[in-house]
Design a protein around this ligand. Structure first.
Ligand code: 5GP
Length: 117
């Protein structure tokens, strides 16, 4: 069972901001921005490629709800998914990082190894 499933089941505490039948959103324990929320599916699926389209829709709907609740719409926010080893995914349960509350640094392309020149 993933650590996030334990949060869903209230076996581990978390600061929850939004919940519906399909998703849960809570504050990241180690925030990388003034606002750093994790949005996860209630079904435990490790990787994005194994997630069904309906659940993906519910995840983005949850992002909309969280952003609205935390009044992020006007200033904006970033949504990030670390999927798999190359992306540095640490928790094997799909999760969207919602980052905001400050002017975020631009994402620079540090590894152009596999991009066309
Ligand atoms: P990843 O690197 O897999 O994309 O991100 C995992 C995220 O989960 C990290 O930002 C980390 O801080 C967060 N995290 C890991 N364990 C816990 C936990 O028990 N509670 C909360 N709220 N966040 C966690």
């Amino acid at each position: 069972m993933s650590i996030f499933t334990k949060i869903i089941n209230h076996e581990i505490p978390a600061n929850r901001v939004y919940e519906d039948d399909y998703t849960l959103a809570f504050h990241d324990v180690d925030p990388q921005a003034p606002i750093h929320i994790l949005v996860i599916p209630k079904k435990e699926v490790a990787h994005l490629q194994d997630l069904d389209g309906e659940t993906m829709t519910h995840l983005l709907f949850a992002v909309q709800q969280v952003a609205k609740k935390l009044k992020l719409d006007e200033r904006g926010y970033r949504v990030v998914i670390n999927n798999g080893a190359d992306a540095g995914q640490e928790v094997p349960h799909v999760h969207l990082h919602l980052l905001g509350g400050t002017k975020l640094g631009h994402i620079h392309h540090q590894d152009r190894t596999h991009t066309a020149s």
